[in-house]
Structures are given as structure tokens and as C-alpha cells.
Design a protein around this ligand. Structure first.
Ligand SMILES: [Zn+2]
Length: 301
């Protein structure tokens, strides 16, 4: 499943093609993805100009010049690819970003096609999604905060609003396992299974300990909480950085890099040696709330 750094990478990869471009036509090849497309979606977006691309949690935001914003979620298997040039002589096909799981380029899963006219010519941005867990919605930009998908989301793990003091407020008195508390989108927006595992490993914290153990009885933050917050910021920043370099490499090689696989320290490494210097432990896998947790039983306490 694409996580926040992948969505950020997709946004950065699409921006040069989409920002400032005119949507000459939004071609919808079916009526729904996970949910139905908004009413008259094609009609409302065709003829609009794209002002800018943004991201909130794992949602890609496409701002249009009529005050509306398209909200796009990639679900489990969604991806965008760019085709440049007139349809008759398609010259380039690239997929921005690189995912842990391979993505489909099978045309039968091309569900939505943005036909664009931009500063650099004619292009198509194609949304492909074999499993169709992704979706698109549209809302007025001034009302994004009350959109059902975006309402109540916590702060971004990349922004300054995520602080140890903020998380201490959220975690005080909570017996909930630390991992579940970090996956709760009301606490932090856009943090998923992979990067929670990575951040907990980096801060040497056991995923099963109670969230409240990182807070003093009076609700004050602790050094461990501060370490956790800086680890969250670091793993996300590192992954976004890796995503950025994959974009550059991708244009050169047009190949599958799978860079996220190289950058995992603990995720999906069950039975392999822990990478904490001097630890000597072996990465274990347990299941928490139906999802795999990877951690080191020796250096995470
Ligand atoms: Zn270890």
C-alpha cells in the first residue's frame, strides 16, 4: 500500500506536468473506483486549469482554478503515469515514484485519464488501479477541512505541528499499544505500517508497550517521546529523499528501482540480523490488530 512518502513522491513527479496545465478532458472509463466518482466529475473538471498539487496525509490534492480541489487516494494498488505527446505518437511513459509493491501498467486498469495541455505540450496523466481501492472526490477548497476524508486528521509527520508535547497530550493515560496509537490518523496523519515500524526501531521502543509509558503522570513529555518524534520525522524525510532521487533515476533508466526495499531497517526483515550497531538481535514479526509488526526484541524495550 502506498504510504505518505510515496504519495509525496507521486505529487512531486506529477507537478511539472500538471501544474499550470489545462484539463482539456477528464476521461472516466467507469463510474466508480472504491466509491462512485463525484456527480458530473468529467464535465466539472474538463476545461479547468490546474493551479497546484498538494498533499494531506495520503491524499493527493489537485487544486483547480474554479476553487475546487480533487482529492485522490491511491488505495492499495493505485498509480499515476505520464504519457507525453499527441495520442498518435506517444513517446514517453513514466511512472512517478517507485513503490514497495509492483504496480500495474495494464491498460485495462486505466480508469481515469487527464488529457492535459500544458506549457510543455500535450500529455496524459493516467490513473491505473487494478484492485480499485483508490478513489477520487472533489470539494470546495475552503471546505476541505470538513470533507469526510480529511476531517479530524492529526498533524502531518513532516510538519512543525507534530511535537513531543502534542503527542504527550494525546497519549496520556492511554493503555493502547504504542504502535496502534501511532497508526491512529487522529493522532498523526498519513503515518502507515511501514514507517511506524521503522520509527519505533530507530527510537528503540517496543511496539507493544502502552502509549502512556512515554508520558509522565502529569502529562509531560519524556526524552523517549522526543526521540520517537524525531525518529518519525527522520524516517519520513529519508523516504521522501529516496523518492526524490528515484524520480531522477527513473527518468534516466525507466526501470524499476524498488528503492524502498533497500531503505528498510526492520520492516519485512523477519529472521534477519538487527541493524542496530552492536545489538546482535534478530528481527521478529508479530501481528497487532491484524497487521504485521516487525521489531527487534533485544534493542527495542
Ligand atoms: Zn536490535
Amino acid at each position: 500500500m502506498p504510504e505518505l512518502p510515496e504519495v509525496e513522491t507521486v505529487k512531486r513527479g506529477l507537478a511539472p506536468t500538471m501544474e499550470g496545465a489545462l484539463i482539456t478532458r477528464l476521461e472516466l472509463r467507469r463510474e466508480n473506483l472504491r466509491f462512485p466518482f463525484p456527480d458530473a466529475f468529467g464535465e466539472k473538471t474538463s476545461g479547468r486549469r490546474i493551479i497546484s498539487l498538494g498533499r494531506r496525509a495520503k491524499y493527493l490534492l489537485i487544486d483547480l482554478d474554479d476553487g475546487n480541489t480533487i482529492i485522490s487516494h491511491l488505495g492499495m494498488s493505485g498509480s499515476f503515469r505520464i504519457e507525453a505527446g499527441p495520442l498518435s505518437e506517444t513517446q514517453l511513459s513514466e511512472t512517478p515514484g517507485e513503490f514497495h509493491h509492483p504496480r500495474s501498467k495494464d491498460e485495462k486498469h486505466d480508469h481515469a485519464i487527464f488529457h492535459l495541455e500544458g506549457p510543455s505540450g500535450i500529455s496524459r496523466v493516467i490513473y491505473n488501479d487494478p484492485r480499485r481501492f483508490g478513489f477520487m472526490d472533489m470539494a470546495e477548497r475552503t471546505a476541505l477541512d470538513i470533507n469526510p476524508f480529511l476531517y479530524g486528521l492529526g498533524p502531518e509527520p513532516t510538519g512543525n505541528t507534530l511535537s513531543a508535547a502534542y503527542l504527550a497530550e494525546r497519549f496520556v493515560g492511554k493503555a493502547q499499544p504504542l504502535k496502534s496509537a501511532l497508526l491512529d490518523q487522529k493522532n498523526i496523519a498519513g503515518l502507515g505500517n511501514i514507517y511506524v515500524c521503522e520509527a519505533l526501531w530507530r527510537s528503540h521502543l517496543k511496539p507493544t508497550r502502552a502509549a502512556a509509558t512515554l508520558v509522565t503522570k502529569t502529562g509531560k513529555t519524556t526524552r523517549q517521546m522526543e526521540l520517537l518524534v524525531s525518529s518519525i520525522r527522520e524516517v519520513i524525510a529519508d523516504a521522501i529523499l529516496a523518492g526524490g532521487s528515484s524520480l531522477r533515476d527513473h527518468i534516466q533508466t525507466d526501470g524499476s528501482l524498488g528503492y524502498f526495499q533497500h531503505s528498510f531497517s526492520v520492516y519485512d526483515r523477519q529472521g534477519q540480523p538487527c541493524r542496530t550497531p552492536g545489538c546482535g538481535g534478530t528481527v521478529a514479526r508479530i501481528v497487532q490488530a491484524g497487521r504485521s509488526t516487525f521489531y527487534c526484541p533485544i534493542c527495542q524495550a
